[in-house]
Every structure is written in structure tokens, then in C-alpha cells.
Ligand binder design. Structure first.
Ligand code: MCA
Ligand code: AMP
Length: 499
């Protein structure tokens, strides 16, 4: 029996008693403990009806049990689908109906709200709380610590990660065992990750960055992980002297720079700081190097493609560029009008092909066709340019997307909700520069009666949109600026309301 991901990431640690996860409470979970717990949870999943190819939807706290649930899902041959803890019940309804899971794992406090939704979708609810308790834990306790791993090949699905779309509807990116393993292998090799490393992990584990980039590489290399519940500056500064590696979004680095405790001496044992998920400003790059003597390594990826490109570990890490394609990924820059490849130096659409590229969108063959070419190239929606040596720079986005603190927010989704609010004629949502989050969400509103009170709008969207997606500012206008084609000119809104 072979299981591509399990055999590479989990099985080798069966007898590895070295520390794997060190939690906020100071508990240590060894690799072997982790493998055993995953097996017990695999039994629990199986007893609750999970069969190969089923979806296991998880909206659980960042605790070691949740990570073991990921490993268990892979071991039973099912598909892991993690969701942001900030999502509202309305947002969750969409994912559960779309993915039709066998099991939905959430906290006890979510059960009442989620029961009608899960009943409607035929999903069973199991619970996992921040203290590790819950019905999933109860079902796993006492089970055998051996589980006969279900056979899965490289092209079988391992995970389904939702990514919002410019149409406002989230799309489930189908990720295979090969997609995830090939990317973990490429990153581990490129960044020299080994069992001698200790990773500071302060990212959420419901996205590619925190789950796959950080955890799959750690599992592959046998790296010790300081598994933090969330990003907290005090904890970060306490852990840096004991660690060698950190992965974060640009907000992590700007927050660290805003604190005098970040010094050359503090980071002298650190081998590598990695940044991704959003553009790292050149000034952040330079300020970090001036303060610490270390150059942040910036890389670029997407949910659909895992990591695409990375600055080199050895060699120049150039601010404003995301480096070279990794693994067997091929990157081309094409003319957005006709898809023809452009020469180095020309700006166009970034496209990528390789083992890292997903298999398509769940239940959306038409969407898949629009974005994944027959020749295997995926159209990223990011605009970029290659230099003569093949180094890639991202220069903008063809897609209407805001990245706030590393979270992607699609304006269309917010506009669709705002346009349903009483008294709204139309809305335009756009991003403006923000010192902490990089970009912040602003909504320009045209109302039936001009008003300057945003409270009713805030109340209306509260149950519908996660807090991080909600506009930080509302501006009330008589009309939206439009070009001669009638298209809203968000660049004008950004210029007028950007600060
Ligand atoms: C929290 N808030 C935010 C954000 N985070 N608002 C806008 N953007 C955000 N990112 C709001 C909350 O709603 C709340 O608002 C208030 O800020 C405080 O919330 P709290 O949770 O305490 O915030 P925090 O702990 O300071 O979180 C900021 C953060 C976090 C650490 C930057 O957002 C974070 O961990 N971001 C990383 C996201 C990530 O992993 N992205 C990778 C996905 P209120 O007070 O109004 O309630 S992209 C990916 O995986 C691709 C493939 C890639 O390339 O990596
Ligand atoms: P997601 O849909 O969450 O997977 O986010 C992917 C998007 O994040 C990409 O399409 C880019 O627009 C953006 N992104 C990721 N890494 C970087 C980076 N290093 N610089 C600029 N944008 C990035």
C-alpha cells in the first residue's frame, strides 16, 4: 500500500522521538506522538463514516490535534478542507454545501449554529476545542495507535482549499498528493531545511502558507516547530534566540521592525526569514537588513499553484523581485489579450505550469477551463516581468484583489453583500495603502439618501462577512467615477480616498 503524501511526510517519523511541536503552554509533542495521534484520529474518522475521497471540513483552533487531523485525513485517503476561523455561519454555509463533506469539525460553541447547515448537507459534526477536548478527541482516545494507511497515488486529491474569485464566488482548488509533495520537496531543498532547524510558526494553519509551506516542509525535513496559537510580538522575540527559521507575511516583519527589541544580536542564531503571500515593500526589506544584518527571502505563490518562485538561498535576494521558478515549475509571461508568450523585459500575465499546479476547481469545469490552459499553464491573474536571467518580478494584478495582512479579499464579494443592504444604490470596494496590513479595505457607497452614518451598513454586513473582510472605512459619494465604457474607476477612488 502506498500513500504518496503520508509515506513521505508522516510514516518516516513513526519511531522518531525527537520534539516536533512545542505549544504555547510549553507542551512538546514528539514526531512519534504525532504519528500515533494521527492514527487514532484516522480510526475516529473512519468510524464516523469517512471513506477515501470524502471531504473532511475543518474549522478548528490552531492546536496540535488539528494538525494531527490533517495527517489523519491524508492517512484515511480523504480530502482535507481547512477554513478560516473568522468566517461567519453564512460564509461557512456556502463551503459546506459546495464541498458536501462527510464530517465537519468545529468547536463546541459553533455546534448550534452549524447543526441545521450540516444536517442540510448530510455532514456529521465532530468537535475539537482549543483545549484539545471535543467529540473528535473522545472518539480518537483509546483507539489503536496503528492504522492501516489507505492507498493513494500522486494524482489523488489530498486537499481542497477555497480561494475567493473575482466573480465573488469562492472556488475550491483541488490539490493532489503530487502537488503538495513536490512543492514541499522543492522548498526544503532550496531553503536548506533540516532536522537541525527550529521553525517559528505564527501563521494560521488554514491556508497554503501556514499549512503546506511551513508544515509540509517541517514534516518532510523533521524540523522542530514552535507552534504558536497566533502572531504575538512578545512570544516572537522570546523564541527568536532559540530558533533558526521563520516564515511570515509582510505584516509580521513591519510589526517586528516597529519594536526596539529587534536587533542584530537577537537574530544572530537565525538562519532564514521568509516572506510571502503579499508584496514585501522595498523599504521593509532595506530596514530589516539595516537593523538585523539579515536579508528577508521573498517568495511567491498561490493557493492553486503552491509556491511558484523564490529568491535564492545562496545568491542575491533582490527587493521587489520574487526570484526564480522552483522545482520543475515553468513560468511564462504572456500578452493578456492573446496569451502569446512575451520576451524578457515585457510586462504581462504570469502563467505557471508544473507539478505544483492544481487539478482544477471543485465542481467548476468552466472556471477551470478559463484559468487552466490545455497545455497545463495556469493563468495567475498577477502581472509580472521576467529579466534576462529568468528572475520574476510581480508588478501588479490583473484581478481585482485586495491583500490585507496576507489575507485575500475580493472586492466583488464585499460589493455583492453591500449592494443588498437597505438604501444602497451601488458600491465600489477597493484597497488603500495601510501601514500594518499593507492594504486596507475601503467601500465607496452611493445611497438612495446621501448619509454619513456607516453604522447600519456595518450591522448589515456583520453576520455575512468575516471581520477581516469588512471595510475599515466607508465613504459616501453622489456617484462613482466611471470611464466612457461605464466601468468604475477604482484607481481614481484610490487616489482620492487613499489616505
Ligand atoms: C486581523 N484583522 C484583520 C486582519 N487580521 N483585518 C484586516 N486584515 C487582516 N489580515 C482584524 C480583525 O478582524 C480584528 O478586527 C482585528 O484586526 C484584530 O484581530 P486579531 O486576530 O487580533 O489580529 P492579529 O492577530 O493582529 O492578526 C493580524 C495578522 C493575521 C497576524 C497579520 O491577519 C495573520 O496571521 N495573517 C496571515 C494570513 C496568512 O497566513 N495568509 C496566507 C494566505 P476587529 O477589531 O474589527 O474585530 S495566502 C497563501 O497561503 C498564498 C498561497 C501564499 O503565497 O502564501
Ligand atoms: P491566494 O489566493 O491566497 O493563494 O493568494 C495568492 C496571491 O497572493 C497571488 O496571486 C499574489 O497576488 C499574492 N502574492 C503571494 N506572494 C506574493 C509576493 N511575494 N508578492 C506579491 N504578491 C504575492
Amino acid at each position: 500500500m502506498t500513500n504518496t503524501l503520508y509515506d513521505a511526510l508522516i510514516a518516516p517519523h513513526r519511531s522518531n522521538d525527537s520534539p516536533f511541536l512545542i505549544t504555547d503552554s510549553g507542551n512538546t509533542v514528539s514526531f512519534a506522538d504525532f504519528v500515533r495521534r494521527a492514527a487514532q484520529i484516522a480510526h475516529a474518522l473512519q468510524k464516523n463514516g469517512v471513506t477515501p475521497g470524502d471531504r473532511v471540513v475543518v474549522r478548528a483552533p490552531k492546536v496540535s490535534e488539528t494538525l494531527a487531523l490533517y495527517a489523519a485525513t491524508i492517512q484515511v485517503g480523504a480530502i482535507y478542507l481547512p477554513l478560516n476561523n473568522a468566517y461567519t455561519a453564512e460564509e461557512l454555509t456556502y463551503f459546506i454545501n459546495d464541498a458536501s463533506p462527510t464530517v465537519f469539525v468545529c468547536e463546541d460553541c459553533d455546534v448550534d449554529a452549524m447543526t441545521p447547515i450540516c444536517d442540510g448537507a448530510g455532514a456529521k459534526i465532530l468537535t475539537l476545542n482549543a483545549d484539545g477536548s471535543g467529540t473528535l478527541t473522545d472518539a480518537a482516545d483509546g483507539q489503536s495507535t496503528d492504522f492501516e494507511t489507505v492507498s493513494r497515488g500522486p494524482d489523488d486529491l489530498a486537499a481542497l482549499l477555497y480561494t475567493s474569485g473575482t466573480t465573488g464566488r469562492s472556488k475550491g482548488a483541488m490539490l493532489s498528493h503530487k502537488n503538495l509533495l513536490s512543492n514541499a520537496q522543492a522548498l526544503t531543498e532550496l531553503w536548506g531545511i533540516t532536522s537541525a532547524d527550529r521553525l517559528i510558526h505564527a501563521l494560521p494553519i488554514f491556508h497554503t502558507h501556514g499549512l503546506f509551506v511551513a508544515m509540509n516542509t517541517s514534516l518532510l525535513a523533521g524540523t522542530q516547530v514552535r507552534f504558536m496559537g497566533k502572531f504575538d510580538l512578545d512570544m516572537i522575540f522570546d523564541e527568536i534566540p532559540k530558533s533558526t527559521l521563520m516564515m511570515g507575511v509582510p505584516t509580521f516583519y513591519t510589526r517586528m521592525l516597529g519594536d526596539d527589541r529587534l536587533t542584530k544580536d537577537l537574530v544572530k542564531g537565525m538562519r532564514l526569514f521568509v516572506s510571502g503571500s503579499a508584496p514585501l515593500l522595498e523599504e521593509t526589506h532595506e530596514a530589516f537588513e539595516a537593523r538585523t544584518g539579515q536579508r528577508i527571502l521573498e517568495r511567491y505563490g498561490m493557493t492553486e499553484t503552491n509556491m511558484i518562485a523564490s529568491n535564492p538561498y545562496d545568491g542575491a535576494r533582490i527587493a521587489g523581485t520574487v526570484g526564480f521558478p522552483i522545482g520543475n515549475a515553468e513560468v511564462q509571461v504572456t500578452d493578456p489579450d492573446n496569451g502569446n508568450p512575451l520576451p524578457a523585459g515585457d510586462i504581462g500575465m504570469i502563467e505557471v505550469r508544473g507539478d505544483n499546479v492544481f487539478k482544477g476547481y471543485w465542481n467548476m469545469p468552466e472556471k477551470t477551463k478559463e484559468e487552466l490552459r490545455d497545455n497545463g499553464f495556469f493563468i495567475t491573474g498577477d502581472l509580472g516581468v521576467l529579466d534576462d536571467e529568468g528572475r520574476l518580478s510581480i508588478v501588479g494584478r490583473a484581478k481585482d484583489l485586495i491583500i490585507s495582512g496576507g489575507y485575500n479579499i475580493y472586492p466583488k464579494e464585499i460589493e455583492d453583500v453591500l449592494n443588498e443592504a437597505p438604501g444602497v444604490v451601488e458600491s465600489a470596494v477597493f484597497g488603500v495603502p495601510h501601514p500594518d496590513f499593507g492594504e486596507a479595505v475601503v467601500a465607496a457607497m452611493v445611497m438612495e439618501c446621501r448619509q454619513a452614518d456607516d453604522a447600519p451598513l456595518k450591522d448589515f454586513i456583520a453576520p455575512k462577512l468575516a471581520r477581516f473582510k469588512q471595510p475599515k472605512t466607508f465613504v459616501f459619494l453622489d456617484e462613482l467615477p466611471r470611464n466612457t465604457m461605464g466601468k468604475v474607476q477604482k484607481n481614481i477612488l484610490r487616489d482620492q480616498h487613499g489616505r
